[in-house]
Structures are given as C-alpha cells and as structure tokens.
Design a protein around this ligand. Structure first.
Ligand code: MC0
Ligand code: CO
Length: 134
C-alpha cells in the first residue's frame, strides 16, 4: 500500500535555531517558515536528495504538537509520512483492519497541497504515521 517516504517531521522548540542547524551546520536547502493554520503548525521544509524533513513548531492555541513538545522539551521526531496512491481506499482498508484514523476521518490538504491523513501512534508501534496522496 505505502510507497515512498515523503518526509520525516521533527517537532522543535525554536524554529529559527533548528533551521540554522540544517542550513548552516548541515548544509541543507532550507525554506523560510510557512504557517499552516489548518494544521496548527509552522513548518520549515528541508530538502534532501531523496526525501524531506519538516521542522514543526506549534501555531495557535490548540496545536496538535503542543503536548508532544511539553513532553519532549528539546524536540523530537514527531511523525513519518508515506505516500499512497489512493488515500481514500488506503483509509478504508486501514479502518477495516481496526487502525484509528485521527480527526474526523476525512483528508485535509497538507503542506504540499495534497490530501493527508494521520494514523494513531499507538496503532503503529509508537509512531505517528501521516499518509499523503502521491
Ligand atoms: C502540515 C502537515 C503536513 O505534513 O502536510 C503536518 O505534518 S501537520 C503535523 C501536526 N498534526 C498532527 O500531528 C495531527 C495528528 N495528531 C494528533 O491528532 C495528535 O497529535 C495525537 C497523535 C492524537 C496526539 O495527541 P495528544 O498529544 O494531545 O495526545 P496524548 O498526549 O493524549 O497522547 C496519547 C499517547 O500518544 C503518544 N503520542 C502523542 N503524540 C505522539 C507522536 N507524535 N509520536 C508518538 N507518540 C505520540 C503520547 O505520548 C501518549 O502516549 P502515553 O499515553 O503512552 O503517554
Ligand atoms: Co507532516
């Protein structure tokens, strides 16, 4: 069902410092911060030759990453995102297998302009999984 790794997301307490680490220390191509109000995060995209890293910082009062950062104040790997050819059929197959789809179960438009869904970390060995329509 899953295809390429689209991105690994890292929740960070200081977006500018994390962006500087990737841009200056690690020498990667790094975007400016992009607010994603529908997702409650501000994102910096790090482009690697074979995948992307998303640096995430809470945006707004009810950010879905706030509790994670409270538990991991230095930051940490927050989710992995896999591409799927057909997100609605992937969702239905996973639901049929008892996996919890987060939110209202309907895809939202993600940071790359494509539909995305999230799957509960407790159903995937402690890892929050994002699916993105390829
Ligand atoms: C822009 C977009 C894109 O790329 O296109 C994005 O990525 S937006 C990225 C931000 N959006 C999202 O993350 C949306 C989906 N996420 C959510 O709905 C939420 O963050 C949940 C995953 C349900 C967690 O919510 P919350 O932290 O409030 O719940 P909670 O503290 O009760 O956590 C329940 C249990 O799950 C664990 N838990 C929470 N977040 C986790 C994570 N990221 N990875 C692994 N485990 C995690 C907690 O430690 C806890 O375990 P224990 O009970 O053992 O202590
Ligand atoms: Co993501």
């Amino acid at each position: 069902m899953i295809g390429q790794l689209n991105h690994v997301a890292i929740a960070v307490p200081d977006l500018e410092a994390a962006a500087a680490d990737y841009r200056e220390t690690l020498g990667a191509k790094v975007s400016d911060p992009v607010p994603q109000p529908d997702h409650g995060v501000t994102v910096v995209f790090v482009e690697l030759p074979n995948t992307k890293i998303e640096l995430l910082h809470p945006l707004g009062e009810k950010s879905p990453i706030q509790a994670f950062l409270d538990k991991n104040p230095s930051g940490g790997i927050h989710h992995v995102c896999y591409e799927v050819e057909d997100i609605l059929s992937a969702r239905d197959v996973l639901k049929g297998q008892g996996k919890r789809v987060l939110g209202d179960g309907n895809p939202k438009i993600g940071a790359h302009g494509k539909p995305v869904l999230f799957l509960h970390p407790k159903d995937f060995t402690g890892t929050l999984v994002e699916l993105e329509q390829a």
